[in-house]
Design a protein around this ligand. Structure first.
Ligand SMILES: NC(=O)c1ccc[n+]([C@@H]2O[C@H](COP(=O)([O-])OP(=O)(O)OC[C@H]3O[C@@H](n4cnc5c(N)ncnc54)[C@H](O)[C@@H]3O)[C@@H](O)[C@H]2O)c1
Length: 267
């Protein structure tokens, strides 16, 4: 982490970078010298992210509008990216949607399909489209690439909750894929980890602390560290995982929740 520009000469691809955590991570990686591929379905959001970053950093930024749940769009994106960059080092599967606050068995089929398609299949589509390029990065010894999945504490053992329904299941599946991909890609010197945030102030929660407080109260949850998270804190953990300090960490799920999940079972 001490090397000011440890991502210089490397490309970071972040999905869902038109907003929230994705935008914050893009800013952080650019501050360490990374060129960026920023993906979203929302082009306006991507343009905003690009403009914010270019005010402060001289990096290359490629805007890749694509719906990650659609493999054809993802493969087209990968083709365009490979025409521009052959040095994708970091992939952050961040784009995700919630399923509304319905118990999983009360969810509608189209909501189930959509949440699973974005949160699980989307990450799988993008990883599948880019891991081969990562494997070829011999110039980046000892680690050729890093994948970070943004899961959620709603997908962890203590955090799984009917309140979050299908969303919980989608993030638990993403955590399972994190371990699976770490095993599959470890022999190619690619690390794969997840970050599981608790409750953070982003557009997902309408950037409104009151909405989050109501959610917590409804679940009877008191955060041991009684603060609502800021997107920058997730970006800082992603930066740590992207750094050489974390080269030997793989297959892990870092929970970043102010102690929420350890407190839930104590209620
Ligand atoms: N905010 C929180 O408290 C919190 C907590 C735990 C986990 N998370 C997870 O963090 C990730 C980012 O969440 P956020 O809070 O920044 O949300 P956000 O809504 O601000 O950002 C998500 C971005 O993903 C994009 N997106 C949605 N569907 C897409 C698709 N099919 N293809 C490409 N892009 C798509 C959206 O347009 C949006 O810009 C999500 O996976 C979310 O589940 C958030």
């Amino acid at each position: 982490m001490n090397d000011e520009k440890f991502l210089k000469g490397k490309v970071a691809l972040i999905t869902g970078a038109g907003s929230g955590f994705g935008r914050e991570m893009a800013k952080c990686f650019a501050s360490k010298g990374a060129d960026l591929v920023i993906n979203d379905i929302n082009m306006e959001g991507l343009e905003e992210t690009r403009d914010i970053i270019l005010k402060d950093h001289k990096v290359e930024i490629f805007l890749a509008k694509a719906d990650i749940s659609n493999s054809e769009e993802v493969n087209n994106m990968a083709k365009k990216v490979s025409e521009k960059f052959d040095n994708v080092f970091l992939l952050v599967n961040n784009a995700g949607i919630d399923s509304g606050l319905y118990a999983s068995l009360k969810s509608k089929e189209d909501s189930y399909d959509k949440v699973m398609a974005v949160n699980v299949k989307g990450a799988w589509n993008v990883t599948k489209a880019f891991f081969r390029q990562m494997k070829r990065q011999r110039q980046f010894e000892p680690i050729r690439g890093k994948i970070i999945n943004i899961a959620s504490c709603a997908g962890t053992e203590n955090g799984i909750n009917p309140f979050f329904g299908v969303y919980s299941a989608s993030k638990a599946t993403l955590i399972a894929f994190t371990k699976l991909w770490a095993l599959e890609l470890g022999p190619s010197d690619i690390t794969v980890n997840a970050i599981s945030p608790g409750v953070f102030l982003t557009p997902l929660y309408k950037n409104d602390p009151k909405v989050i407080r109501l959610l917590l109260e409804a679940r009877g949850v008191k955060l041991p560290i009684d603060k609502i998270g800021e997107a920058k804190w997730v970006a800082d953990i992603a930066l740590f995982l992207a750094s050489p300090t974390a080269n030997y960490i793989t297959g892990q799920n870092l929970i970043l929740d102010g102690g929420m999940t350890i407190s839930i079972n104590k209620l």
